[in-house]
Design a protein around this ligand. Sequence first.
Ligand code: ZN
Length: 202
Amino acid sequence: MASSTAQLLQTEPPKPCKQHGVLKHDLFTSYRVEIDGDFVAQLVSYIENIAARRFCRRVCVFLDSLCLNDGANWRDGFLDGLHGSYVVLYVLSEESVTVMIENVKNGDWPEPPRRRLLPILVDKEGNRFSEIAGSGTLFNPVTYPDLPHVITKKNFRGTMAALFLNQAIHIVPDLAKIHDVAYDIVDLIAPLSGTSGIYLSL
Ligand SMILES: [Zn+2]
C-alpha cells in the first residue's frame, strides 16, 4: 500500500491534545523543528495571546512539542492535529526549503496537507523570498525540482509556484519583530473567525 495512503489510516480514535485538551485546533503549525523550532514556538505563543484578547475566546494553535501526548504514536498524533485543524501555518525558511528540495530529489515528498494554507516565509536575508521573482531566489519556481509526486502525480515545481501565488507573510526571524508578525496573522484570520473555529479563504 502506498505510504501516503497508509499514513491517513487511523487505527485508534484521536485523543485530546495534552496542551489544550481539544481534538480540533484553530491553527496547525507545519515547520521543521530543528531549524525553525524556537522561532515558531515564540510566534505561536504570541498568536494565542493576541487572538484570545481579540476574539474574547481561547484560540488553540497546534504545536507538536506541546500538543502531542506523551507515549502516543507520534505520527498518529501529528496527523490527528493536522486533520483536526482549520488552517495550516506553513512555515518555510531558506534552510527548510533546502532540506525539502533534497528530500524531493531523493524521492521523499509527503503529500501536501489538504487544508487551507497560510504560508509564512521566514527570510533571514530579507530578499531570498522576494516577490520580485528572479533567478536564484527561493520565490522563483525554477529553484524547485521539476519532478512529479509518486502518488498524486502533481509536479513539485508547480506545487511550489501555486503556493507562492497564495497570500504569504514574509518575515525576518527577529525576536523583536515576531510580536508584530503575530498581530498580522491574527488580523488575517480575524474577519472570518467564529466560535467554532477559524475559516480562512486563500
Ligand atoms: Zn493542542
